[in-house]
Design a protein around this ligand. Structure first.
Ligand SMILES: Cc1cc2nc3c(=O)[nH]c(=O)nc-3n(C[C@H](O)[C@H](O)[C@H](O)COP(=O)(O)OP(=O)(O)OC[C@H]3O[C@@H](n4cnc5c(N)ncnc54)[C@H](O)[C@@H]3O)c2cc1C
Length: 475
């Protein structure tokens, strides 16, 4: 113990108050365990403060402005003006409400909240430094621990986030003015969500991507629709190019320099550069090795299907434990960790974890694609419903995209689904439920859906897979 420390004890120590950590802490307390949650920054983690929630707030705001200004075909004439300062203020209000809600929920469930940075001293002791000089520190003895320290944006050489014009996603979500020109490095989901947002807010957006397409994990026909729409919004793409450096331009802006694998160089004039090339685990200052916790060569903490690290009484959940780096996966892992600690027979046994990209149009995917199903030895059957055959989609003015269902031909069990189109992030939940419940195509097709809704497209896709579609031609 460091001289001047106070010493306390807890049954469960949770390190990090994001969607992995705060959910683990609440569930552990609900299980009757004495639980302490240490957070060094703001409750809610990246998700509430710099990720899911702020990005979705700006996506809604920019989408509303864009829609209103482009609805002449419906007879709506408007020329909306965006006050970015006000939009960011509104977004901050949403974030504040949610983060203070997390704090209240933790307290109401009896979680002991400790502000500060935790590091392991040994496998049963952590030290918490209470930020700022003279704030002191404490040693906490624990029986079990849950590491939920999350992730941060990857910085690439030559592009320092400390520079005013080099943004990570965090700065892109806090800007109270819209830059005239923004260069985005990386066409992954964060880069593409922000590309769409800024294009709708009126910025000239240039995306440079080292690979030959955006949104690497998704199927070609899904990506094509999102890319085409982004191009319609004015986003310019340059594939096969990596950002190499930036320099100052004569016009007071900056030049973003790129290079192909063959050494071919290009230059783009920009005012801000957003680097969105992925996220890396946060374990610095945590000293996991003092507790015997092992990390892989990229720094992620290795865990088993019960979220346990190599040290059985220490668990790791969320982004710090690797893919899928999604808020709902982090929370699910947090619940499993707490229940395992409480002695319950919990494990990570979800059949499928959905993912969504909030571009225009949205993407929602869950489970297996047709190719993955084949690779896993299934004989897949596929059904589709295009949104241009959906009455509800037509009444919203958004008819791009489709719902695709993948099922096992022999048993009819739903194995996966890919949706690109309006409200795909919401609709995918129906397919996730079908997979989790072991539903067959017949179950989905026989479930009466409200008319007119977008969700009917899921039912129609199931009917299409069975050769019984009414509103589309059967495959
Ligand atoms: C722009 C953006 C958009 C996103 N959109 C989505 C989305 O739409 N849907 C989705 O599912 N996911 C989205 N994500 C991903 C999502 O934010 C993460 O998957 C999620 O936040 C991970 O939760 P976590 O609890 O593992 O970690 P985090 O949310 O990163 O929380 C970790 C917490 O631990 C704290 N901490 C770290 N080290 C210590 C320490 N030593 N002591 C004390 N505290 C510590 C940090 O301050 C932080 O609060 C998005 C991310 C970004 C950046």
């Amino acid at each position: 113990m460091v001289v001047g420390d106070i010493a306390t004890g807890t049954e469960v120590l949770v390190i990090g108050g994001g969607p992995g950590g705060y959910v683990a802490a609440i569930r552990a307390a609900q299980e009757g365990l004495d639980t302490t949650l240490v957070e060094r920054d703001a409750y809610g983690g990246a998700c509430l403060n710099r990720g899911c929630i702020p990005s979705k707030a700006l996506i809604t705001g920019s989408g509303l402005a864009h829609e209103a200004g482009n609805a002449e075909f419906m007879g709506v004439h408007a020329d909306p003006a965006v006050d970015m300062g006000k939009m960011v203020e509104w977004k901050d209000g949403v974030v504040d409400q949610l983060t203070s809600g997390v704090e209240k929920l933790c307290k109401a469930n009896g979680v002991n909240l400790v502000p500060g940075t935790a590091s392991f001293v040994d496998e049963h002791t952590a030290r918490v430094a209470h930020g700022g000089e003279g704030q002191g520190s404490e040693s906490i003895e624990f029986e079990h621990a849950v590491v939920a320290t999350g992730s941060r944006p990857i910085q690439i050489p030559g592009f320092d986030f400390a520079e005013d014009h080099v943004w990570s996603s965090a700065e892109a979500l806090d800007a109270d003015t819209v830059p005239d020109r923004i260069g985005i490095v990386g066409g992954g989901y964060i880069g593409m969500e922000l590309a769409t947002t800024y294009a709708k807010l009126g910025a000239e957006v240039t995306v440079v991507e080292m690979l030959d397409d955006i949104l690497q994990p998704y199927e070609d026909d899904v990506k094509r629709i999102v890319r085409k729409r982004a191009e319609e919004l004015g986003v310019e793409f340059h594939f096969g190019e990596g950002a190499s450096e930036w320099s100052e331009a004569a016009d007071g802006g900056y030049l973003l320099h790129t290079e192909t694998e063959d050494g071919e160089e290009s230059t783009y004039g920009v005012d801000k550069i957003l680097v969105a090339v992925g996220r890396q685990p946060v374990t610095d200052g945590l000293d996991p090795e003092n507790a015997g916790i092992e990390t892989d060569d990229r720094g992620f903490i290795e865990t088993d299907d019960r979220t346990r690290t190599a040290v059985e009484h220490i668990h790791a959940v969320g982004d710090v434990a690797g893919e899928p780096m999604l808020a709902h996966a982090a929370s699910n892992e947090g619940i499993v960790a707490a229940e395992v600690i409480a002695g319950e027979p919990a494990a990570l046994d979800q059949q499928a974890i959905p993912a969504a990209v909030f571009t225009d149009p949205e993407i929602g995917t869950v489970g297996l694609t047709e190719a993955e199903a084949e690779a896993e030895g299934f004989d897949p059957v596929v059904g589709e419903m295009p949104f241009n055959a959906s009455g509800r989609a037509m009444t919203t003015g958004h008819t791009e995209g489709f719902v695709r269902l993948v099922a096992d031909e022999e048993t009819g069990f739903v194995l996966g689904g890919q949706i690109v189109g309006p409200e795909a992030s919401e609709l995918v939940a129906e397919i996730a439920l079908a997979i989790e419940m072991g539903a067959t195509l017949e179950d989905v097709a026989a479930t009466v859906h409200t008319h007119p809704t977008l969700a009917e497209a899921v039912m129609e896709a199931a009917e299409n897979a069975r050769g019984q579609a009414i509103h589309t031609l059967n495959r």
